[in-house]
Design a binder for this molecule. Structure first.
Ligand SMILES: Cc1cc2nc3c(=O)[nH]c(=O)nc-3n(C[C@H](O)[C@H](O)[C@H](O)COP(=O)(O)OP(=O)(O)OC[C@H]3O[C@@H](n4cnc5c(N)ncnc54)[C@H](O)[C@@H]3O)c2cc1C
Length: 390
């Protein structure tokens, strides 16, 4: 691979991490974003670093490997990126939901994952400020954590500046020009044309449209999500940064919450992949009221609504990583759970881009080729069951 000039399209947590890793290897890098870096899906993320919610076991292991890489990744970024550990707790009041929680813990334990059942007393010890109510079963994944995606993107940009890479904000890629060997020779941007030896497409939900400019099929599903914030509060959650609170009897789904290092709380409804589009103040107030029932110390906080965020969501839900056969110098990097996965995916992308290696043992199931024959008619068959088919 010719890596004299690598252009990375998209400065979210995935693109910024790849740009930094590749520039660290000595390549000349230009990172381009049509908006401000970090303002895409990365700014809407709940940013829970986990592998406990990931299946099947191969994908679980990929997430777990990345989770375990986070401390070194953050150290190398050499700034406080808000990385905090402490685990995740969840509990269920309903007996049927409790049985599902127990079997999930058993499955994770069979994979050697540090998930375990805890008693009501231990749950209360872990988080004394929680008002847990009825506990039919509770679990604790002690190795999970949280991070602040914008701080990660900012740190990548700072390291890129030291490496004399170029970062262009508010510049959109509007075309990719191929040469006679199907390689991308230049990019058309709203700031003029730019030559490139290698192009990385890490444009989040726009990856489908950008890759299509080179004839590469990267279908996605629609996956809207809403995570609200509160005004800053004194420390309320001490040991466990991420808490899942059971659903209500009226059918409203569970909520998840975490406290950011600056004291704000983030609250979302359902789980990490639930579809949600209500970004009204009334819904934000309702989420806060429900969180207050379980965390009374939140009384006095105000709910700050956040516009709906769109998760980058490959059609089948799994990452799309690798060179595209239709454009051999175009590398696709599209994933859900990009916050958890940024350390491992950026490392493997740099390996493949800079060394010409093929990390097939890990990335084999996630190659762009799997979508080559997929048409709009056949797409529904491989669609991720939790996402809306476009
Ligand atoms: C509500 C919600 C909750 C989530 N919770 C979690 C969680 O708890 N844990 C977890 O691991 N993950 C979570 N995720 C997923 C995670 O946030 C994403 O996988 C990750 O942020 C994706 O990063 P990215 O860099 O690929 O995309 P983005 O952050 O979207 O970055 C892509 C960038 O590309 C730019 N771009 C697009 N088109 C062009 C163009 N033509 N030219 C130039 N630039 C372009 C955009 O402006 C954007 O900045 C959540 C996501 C959402 C929305």
């Amino acid at each position: 691979m010719d890596t004299r000039h690598v252009v990375v399209i998209g400065a979210g947590i995935v693109g910024a991490s790849i740009a930094w890793r590749v520039a660290s290897r000595g390549a000349r890098v230009t990172l381009i974003d049509q908006n401000e870096p970090g303002s895409g899906a990365s700014s809407h993320s709940f940013a829970w670093i986990n592998a406990g919610a990931k299946e099947p076991v191969g994908y679980h292991n990929l997430n777990r490997r990345s989770l375990e890489m986070w401390p070194r990744f953050a150290d190398a970024l050499d700034e406080d990126v808000g990385l905090r550990w402490g685990g995740k707790v969840a509990w269920e009041a309903d007996p049927e939901a409790a049985r599902a929680l127990v079997s999930r813990v058993e499955q994770l334990q069979s994979w050697g994952y540090p998930s375990r059942l805890v008693s009501r007393e231990e749950l209360q010890e872990l988080e004394p400020a929680l008002n847990v109510g009825v506990v039919a079963a509770a679990d604790y994944n002690e190795n999970e954590g949280q991070v602040e995606p914008q701080l990660v993107v900012d740190a990548c940009l700072n390291r890129l500046a030291e490496l004399e890479a170029s970062v262009l904000s508010n510049v959109e890629i509007i075309g990719l020009r191929k040469d006679s060997h199907d390689r991308i020779g230049s990019l058309q941007t709203t700031a003029g044309d730019m030559d490139a030896d290698l192009v990385v497409v890490a444009a989040g939900t726009a990856t489908t449209a950008v890759a299509a400019m080179a004839g590469v099929n990267v279908p996605q599903a629609e996956s809207p999500g809403v995570v609200i914030r509160t005004t800053p509060m004194p420390p309320l959650l001490y040991n466990v940064p991420v808490v899942y609170v059971p659903p209500l009897e009226d059918g409203r789904r569970e909520i998840h919450l975490r406290q950011c290092p600056d004291g704000r709380l983030m609250i979302g409804e359902g789980d990490q992949e639930s579809l949600a589009e209500d970004d009204t103040q009334a819904h934000a107030d309702d989420l806060l009221a429900r969180a207050c029932q379980h965390l009374p110390g939140l009384e006095g906080a105000s709910a700050v609504p956040v516009p709906v965020g769109w998760r980058p969501m490959p059609l089948d839900g799994y990452p799309v990583m690798g060179f595209a056969p239709q454009a051999p110098n175009l590398y696709v990097a599209l994933t859900h759970s990009g916050v958890t996965l940024a350390p491992v995916l950026s490392q493997l992308a740099a390996l493949e881009i800079c060394d010409g290696a093929r990390a097939d043992t890990v990335l084999g199931p996630y190659r762009p080729e799997r979508f080559a024959g997929v048409t709009p008619e056949t797409a529904a068959q491989m669609a991720h069951p939790r996402a809306r088919h476009r």
